[in-house]
Design a binder for this molecule. Structure first.
Ligand code: SF4
Length: 200
């Protein structure tokens, strides 16, 4: 995929950008950049598929509630919210430069807005949409239903597997959304674009 338009618009919006053809190359890069740090990870199939928890923890102090390692997941989630580095993916990224994440518990969207020294946002080519409206549509109608299905939620999107129904059920996973128009000023941001399908 040609990331040139997206990369330029992200740079114009204040984000550092790096592009890799494969997840393996992106993983090597992230492991070279993140070394000897405290690292928090927000829920992300992309990060999981890249095996970043296992590789980063060999030379960093990593907190990810998906891998609590015997501790209460909520405790690990809290520890991950106070790290120097925060890592997660995105639900939709517009070629015009906007970044969107939807969250249920809130830690993932909080982490990409405030509280760390540096945030890495990783996006496979499947997350890219032509503009903001289509990126938001993708986040709501593709990423969120697939996540609901993965979590076996009793939501209409998970049962029918087709789209968002803006449901009102207790198991609704879409409770907050973060939209980055520009890189927030309190942290360093880097978007890592990968020319492979990753996550939802
Ligand atoms: S709002 Fe409800 S129906 Fe829509 S994607 Fe989220 S959980 Fe599914």
């Amino acid at each position: 995929m040609d990331f040139s338009k997206l990369a330029q618009n992200l740079k114009d919006n204040g984000f550092a950008v790096s592009c890799y053809a494969t997840a393996a190359e992106a993983s090597d890069y992230l492991n070279s950049q993140i070394d000897g740090e405290t690292v928090g990870i927000g829920g992300s199939m992309t990060v999981e598929e890249m095996g970043l928890y296992d590789t980063l923890k060999t030379h960093n102090e990593v907190y990810w509630h998906w891998h609590p390692e015997g501790r209460p997941a909520e405790e690990v989630r809290a520890l991950g919210s106070r790290t120097d580095v925060f890592l997660t993916s995105v639900n939709g990224i517009a070629e015009t430069g906007e970044i969107i994440n939807i969250d249920g518990s809130g830690n993932r969207v909080a982490g990409m807005l405030y509280g760390h020294k540096k945030v890495y946002l990783i996006a496979g080519e499947n997350k890219v949409a032509p503009d903001y409206d289509q990126a938001l549509w993708r986040a709501r109608n593709i990423a969120a239903p697939l996540n609901a299905k993965r979590l076996n939620c009793k939501t209409p999107c998970a049962v029918n597997g087709d789209r968002c129904y803006d449901c009102k059920v207790p198991g609704r996973i879409c409770r907050g959304v973060a939209l980055l128009w520009k890189a927030p000023t309190s942290m360093q941001f880097e978007v890592v674009l990968v020319g492979e399908k990753l996550g939802y």
